[in-house]
Each structure stands twice: as structure tokens, then as C-alpha cells.
Design a protein around this ligand. Structure first.
Ligand code: MLT
Length: 268
């Protein structure tokens, strides 16, 4: 995958990975990650699609200045597509990347051939979730970034996966610790402030995919399945052995499902 950099009036530096041939498939990473999170799936997917994998502002080598919002993150993905002259795409977002994708669908609906929520959904944070995030922000601001990451990242994976592949968890913990504290808190504030976007979902004129981890405690099966009936066309896959990280926990299943969805979207 080639790594490219752009500078726009809004963004001092945006980095993204791009490669492959065929219709455009955008993969947006979650928190606290960057585009490298897709490394187990990008080679196979790029045989069939032109893959675009942005680093959201504050992640990877993408920079931001001042406050961050999910809408600004959506603008950053649009800036990358504009830079490539791409006016339509299937857009998949993992967790925070899904919050970004649905914000993008609200602002730029005509770009979407399809939207895939990968362990994600369109609702806002509950008050309880906001309170938990605020506690984490306070911990990070007191210098507890590493403790926060060490506690948070393993919980994204199933216990059986943690036992089987401790090196993958360790790598993700290490990469999470490389994200600056200011970025982590800016992402959390952006997520706290995001509005409910179920209306955008119910108005979607493009197909929507839902990839659900049976044991996910963030995008829980219960919450995701409630929303998976809102759009006109919904593809739903529930992964029994997966928590929140299908691109690492069950990459082959993810490749199969995102391929089926993307092909469907481009056949319309
Ligand atoms: C993510 O994976 O992007 C985060 O866990 C999302 C969240 O905290 O809501």
C-alpha cells in the first residue's frame, strides 16, 4: 500500500494508504488506531477494489489543530476522496470510523454507494457512556494514558482470542500508547458530542451493512440489531467468535462479507 499525504485549507496534514484496482472501497479505522489496523485484509481486498484507508486527524501521521469533532473527521475523509478525484465509494467504518461514516453520509450522501458499519452504529453515546469517557479523559489528563490503553485495548478482543494471540493484543496496546494523549482525549470528546444519526440512516438511499461481534460490549448485538432494520436495504452478519475487532479476530470472514456487500452495492 502506498502512503500519501495531503495538505488542505482545513487540514495541515492528512495521511492515507491507497492501493489496488477496481471500484473504490474506503476503510475508516476506529479508536485508538490508524489505517494500519486493516493490514490483515488489505492485500486480499486490493485484488478487487481500489482501497482507500485514511488516518483520521490525530491518528497515524494525520494532524489536527484545535477541537476535533466527528464532522471534522468526516470532512477529512471527504478531502482524501476529493484529492483522488473519487466522487463515489462504498465506505466502511470500524466503530468510531462508523460514527465518522454516518456523519459523512449526512453531509455528503451522494458519495455513498453503500455504508458498512463494522462493530458500529448510528446512535449517540448514552449518558452512562459519556460519564465513563469523561473519567477516562480525566485519567489521561493526569498522565494515565498508558494505564488507560493497557486496560482498554485488551477488552476489545474475546478472552479466547487474547489467550490464543497475545502478541496481537500486545502490538495493539503498543500502537495505542503511541497515540498522543491530546488525540485520545480529542477523539473521546468528539464521540461524546456526536448527535444521534438514526434519521440519516432511515433516509439512506444506499444499502447498509452491519457486522456484529456476538460478544461486543461497545457495539452490542442488541443495540446494533435494533438499528439494522432502519435503512431500506440491510446486510447483517453476526460473528459468533468475535468481539469488537473482526479485521484481526476473523479477517477471512470479514473479507468475505465486505466483498459480498461491496459487489452488491456496485451491481445496483
Ligand atoms: C472504537 O473502537 O472506535 C471505540 O471503541 C468506539 C467507542 O468507544 O465508542
Amino acid at each position: 500500500m502506498e502512503i500519501k499525504y495531503i495538505k488542505t485549507a482545513q487540514f495541515p496534514c492528512l495521511s492515507y494508504r491507497i492501493g489496488g484496482i477496481g471500484p473504490v472501497l474506503v476503510l475508516i479505522h476506529g479508536f485508538p488506531e490508524d489505517s494500519e489496523i486493516w493490514h490483515l485484509v488489505w492485500s486480499k481486498l486490493s485484488e478487487k477494489y481500489t482501497l482507500v484507508m485514511p488516518d483520521l486527524p490525530g491518528s497515524g501521521e494525520s494532524k489536527y489543530e484545535g477541537e476535533l469533532s466527528i464532522e471534522v473527521m468526516a470532512d477529512s475523509v471527504k478531502a482524501v476522496l476529493d484529492n483522488e478525484g473519487m466522487d463515489s465509494a462504498v465506505i466502511a467504518g470500524h466503530s468510531m470510523g462508523g460514527y465518522t461514516a454516518i456523519a459523512m453520509a449526512e453531509c455528503y450522501p451522494s458519495v455513498f454507494k453503500g455504508l458498512s458499519f463494522v462493530h458500529s452504529f448510528a446512535i449517540a453515546d448514552s449518558e452512562e457512556k459519556k460519564a465513563t469517557r469523561r473519567k477516562s479523559i480525566a485519567l489521561i489528563n493526569k498522565g494515565g494514558k498508558d494505564a488507560f490503553i493497557r486496560q482498554m485495548v485488551p477488552g476489545l478482543f474475546a478472552p479466547s482470542f487474547r489467550e490464543k494471540s497475545p502478541e496481537i493484543i500486545e502490538l495493539q496496546v503498543k500502537r495505542g500508547m503511541e497515540v498522543p494523549a491530546e488525540s485520545l482525549t480529542a477523539f473521546y470528546n468528539a464521540m461524546i458530542n456526536r448527535p444521534d444519526r438514526t434519521k440519516t440512516l432511515s433516509e439512506a438511499i444506499f444499502p447498509v451493512q452491519w457486522i456484529v461481534g456476538e460478544a461486543d460490549i461497545i457495539a452490542t448485538k442488541e443495540l446494533v440489531l435494533q438499528q439494522s432494520k432502519l435503512a431500506n436495504v440491510n446486510f447483517v452478519s453476526v460473528y459468533p467468535d468475535c468481539t469488537h475487532m473482526c479485521m484481526l479476530e476473523c479477517p477471512l470472514q470479514f473479507i468475505e462479507d465486505i466483498t459480498a456487500f461491496t459487489d452488491y452495492c456496485y451491481s445496483k
